[in-house]
Design a protein around this ligand. Sequence first.
Ligand code: ARG
Length: 472
Amino acid sequence: MTQPKDSNSKKPASSIWGGRFAGGPSQLMQDINASIAYDQKLFAEDIAGSRAHATMLASQNIISASDLTAILSGLDQVEAEIASGTMVFSEALEDIHMNVETRLSEIVGDPARRLHTARSRNDQVATDIRLWLRTRISDLDKMLQALQQALYDQAIQHCTTVMPGYTHLQTAQPISFGFHLAAYIEMFGRDRARLMDCQSRVNESPLGAAALAGTSFPIDRHQTADLLGFNRPMANAMDAVSARDFAVEFLSAASICATHLSRLAEEIVIWSTDRFGFIQLSDAFTTGSSIMPQKRNPDAAELVRAKPGRIMGDLISLLTVLKGLPLAYGKDMQEDKEPVFDAEQHLSIAIAAMTGMISDMQAQPEAMRAALAKGHPTATDLADYLVRELKMPFRDAHHVSGSIVALADQKGCALEALTLADMQAVAPDLTADILPVLSIDNALNARTSFGGTAPSETRARLQDAATRFQLA
Ligand code: ARG
């Protein structure tokens, strides 16, 4: 951080709140206090809130119709100036609320000075951030849907592409690549549901709560809530200005989603190594090395894998700011915005990069099938056969199948390469029927239970997912 300039310099008292002050804040006070550097992001929401508030003040005869006309046209101009980058923000005016109001005063004069009637920056800032987050959550929902679509488009092509399913990252049972990808369609579906559920609590109006206790003016909080598209005005003015749990919920949903993205990112890293070779990433989502000419590094996947670091940090930041904070507003709460902005920005880019990687990646079916040659992935099918055909209790069948696996290991071959005679040495009642049961494709096709990996079942569940998540 740069040294604050002239930390002892005297400034004039604030034109907005300086009535009882003889002098202005020190430079240092201004440096620690100002939020305009980051809350200018909320300008459109701040202006939308002011339009609704002014409209309501006029319809309640608290300000005149001509004041309203002046305020609305002035706000249009302020918005255009900010959008085009011509507005000069002032640190002395602390935040977006006072910057907008002061510029409005310069443009329309007295009517602007009546806009803050029956309002406080406390309800204003809570309104702004709720409006901002409401839109961003809708955007994230669309982005997650696009990611689900990319996963679906790959999955539907690979319902018969066999690969090892892992537990403990050790070969477990054969699955299809499509089935594996479809797991993530479900995870991102729950992330969407969490965000939308959070949005229903974001979408309540604090406007008109004023500083903390409501106001003696005959305002209509239902009207401002309606004008801004909120579901309802918040029922308690003190809660309305103090509550930030909506933002904590967002950061929590964002952290869970980032965690899901990082699990997929890690699988992409593993799948694209030359040891696995299950997928090839496109040039568009890999980078080269400055020294090793052969390298194709999965940097985008690694960065997505890293994102939960900062997004969980954002969640913990805000929870820590709020913990033990007495009602109602405290300036501590100004520290709510950067974590929310940061999480939204990094979650968005992580989702977009993941969507690009998934769309572009090329599955390598031969490598996936070859990986099934090790690890005896059909040992469970052998045990299931012993239960079904020889009526063994599953625990006994598990033991027998394990002994046959040990025999294959002794002989240095795959389970399905053993002869019937080899297997009969362990389980004399086995017949030749067992041989096809041990094939990889049979093991895949056999798992037809609801939600299982059999191609017919995976296709049925994908079709159902397409309906539930509105995929094409
Ligand atoms: N910039 C402030 C914030 O972000 C706005 C609210 C200021 N309220 C106050 N009572 N000083 O929280």
